[in-house]
Write a protein that binds this ligand. Structure first.
Ligand SMILES: [Zn+2]
Length: 98
């Protein structure tokens, strides 16, 4: 396999991974980013009490299905508000980077 073809396959694979990750997102990307922005502001003020109360309150206020988003957060290592910010934001960033 020559280098150009190898590179092409690698790009294709990355594209597929990215699409799969995006397809698995429980919310629109813009909504997820808005959620991370909210946590970015709220956690320093209110702290994390080892639950997802800030995340949950925000999801409810936006009319999202809390249960399905929580299931997805579990798969991404976001078990409390600060983990959602620390673990999940980075993964979403990685999977959606151009
Ligand atoms: Zn926490």
């Amino acid at each position: 396999m020559d280098a150009a073809r190898k590179k092409n396959l690698k790009t294709q694979w990355r594209d597929q991974q990215r699409k799969a990750a995006l397809a698995a997102l429980p919310l629109e990307l813009a909504e997820l980013k808005a959620m991370f922005d909210m946590l970015d502001v709220e956690i320093p003020q209110k702290g994390c009490d080892h639950t997802r109360r800030l995340t949950e309150a925000w999801l409810r206020s936006r009319g999202h299905d809390v249960e399905s988003v929580f299931v997805w957060l579990n798969t991404q290592g976001g078990y409390c508000d600060c983990e959602v910010l620390a673990n999940v934001e980075e993964r979403v960033d990685e999977s959606t980077r151009a």
